[in-house]
Design a protein around this ligand. Sequence first.
Ligand code: GNR
Ligand code: NI
Length: 188
Amino acid sequence: MAIREILEVPDPVLKQVSVPVTEFNAELRTLVEDMFETMYEAPGIGLAAIQLGVPLRVLVIDLQPDDDDAEPEPCNHDGHHHHHQPTKREPRVFINPVLTDPSDEHTVYQEGCLSVPEIYADVERPSRIRAQWQDLDGKHHEEVIEGLLATCLQHEMDHLEGVLFIDHLSRLKRQMALKKLEKLRKAA
Ligand code: GNR
Ligand code: NI
């Protein structure tokens, strides 16, 4: 397992359209392991392979990343510290995902992206979608997905088409976001 570098805007690789996975082999497993390790370390709740420079239709999501850097729990009334309970991990892998049947109902969520660090903006997306995908064994799955998982899955699907969440903003808001990112980088 290895943590890999996350590509950031304006890297042109992020605009590539990713290609379907055809070989469900050990190399794919290593890629997925590295994606989880990189995502948890960032930390983030999702990652597409293209963010590591690999143009394959592979996504990982965990809405409950175990955040080791979280603030320590406050003392309870006994004066004892609560044991730090790591959040239960819920890793999910989506290979060759297809999203259909978007709901008419939409949800606005303030999104961020590990490839557009420290920039957050509201994006409106369908609240529910039907997802079909394959797992690491090539087995097919189908599920209707809603809530934050639906938002995150659609954000990750966009990466497979070379689309970033800032591409959903007006040109003015996108330019403002990119200017802010440039400024943050210069200050760092
Ligand atoms: O960590 C992430 N948080 C997030 C918040 C709202 C909507 C989508 C996301 S995904 C993002 C990680 C990332 O960049 N995935 O591509
Ligand atoms: Ni992203």
